[in-house]
Design a protein around this ligand. Structure first.
Ligand code: MG
Length: 277
């Protein structure tokens, strides 16, 4: 018995060493007479659409909506509660008043109004946020109900209407955009309120700007775990049709930002708790 016990302890201690880092490779390809960078994560092209190479996440039933989780726990900061007053917690990316609309207790993205951001900045945190894609679905793929939740103003958890709407898995709802597809597709139909509960650990950088600890995400979508303490292999910014940005040193805190991608996506019940790094 004792021997088994020790064996288990030894295994548990060794586990982090087994958590393998994804292998990232790049190549330059000629595309329509232009040079384009292609990035591969563990051999799979960024934004791969071929299900034989990048299978679509399994579709699962979301958990029932949890009204209790919408309420900010004690000590949390309410970023938006449906009121005009809390909409004042947000601005355009330039710090100007946002042109997003307040509709039925939700903030609605307005085409051309640009991203919005919190005036306050955060590092590692727990974030609860609810979103709904337009009830009448329009467009397809990345064009349907596209928005995004950005931690530190830049690390995107994709928001997309992924109900009966296929796109490349690393860009579907819940994806860490261009970096990691969700474990499963727990989306609700368009127009219904959906939830993200995100636990985010910020990246650290050394003096020279090199990342010394990568960001980590745990994401629960509609009560279903879709990222389980995932180490983010790099940035989630757009670096071409098949490439994502790399880490670049930034301050210890940044805003929560929401994307205007041209679709009237709504957000509500947003609260945040800072957590220890
Ligand atoms: Mg997006």
């Amino acid at each position: 018995m004792k021997r088994i016990h020790f064996a288990l302890i030894a295994l548990a201690a060794a586990l982090p060493a087994f958590a393998k880092e994804p292998v990232i490779t790049k190549e330059i390809r000629e595309e329509n007479g232009k040079q384009a960078e292609y990035m591969f994560i563990d051999g799979i092209k960024v934004h791969e659409e071929d299900p034989a190479k990048q299978p679509q996440p399994e579709i699962v039933s979301p958990k029932p909506y949890d009204a209790k989780a919408a309420k900010a726990p004690e000590g949390a900061t309410i970023l938006f509660d449906g009121s005009k007053a809390t909409m004042e917690n947000w601005s355009s990316m330039k710090g100007e008043p946002t042109k997003w609309k307040l509709v039925d207790g939700a903030m609605e993205s307005v085409r051309g109004a640009g991203y919005i951001r919190t005036k306050q900045e955060f590092g590692s945190c727990r974030l609860h946020i609810e979103f709904a894609s337009p009830a009448k679905p329009e467009g397809s793929g990345q064009g349907r109900g596209n928005s995004g939740v950005f931690l530190m103003g830049q690390y995107e958890v994709q928001v997309l209407d992924s109900h009966e709407n296929t796109t490349y898995p690393d860009g579907q709802c819940g994806a860490l955009y261009g970096r990691k597809k969700p474990l499963v597709n727990a989306s609700r139909p368009p127009g219904e309120w959906q939830t993200y509960d995100i636990t985010f650990t910020r990246p650290l950088f050394d003096e020279a700007g090199k990342v010394t600890r990568k960001a980590r995400f745990t994401v629960v979508h509609n009560g279903v775990l879709i990222h389980d303490d995932v180490e983010l292999s790099g940035g989630t910014g757009w670096a071409g049709p098949h490439a994502a940005t790399e880490y670049a040193k930034h301050p210890d805190k940044g805003p929560i930002a929401l994307q205007d991608h041209g679709n009237p996506v709504r957000f509500r019940n947003i609260w945040i708790q800072e957590i220890a790094d």
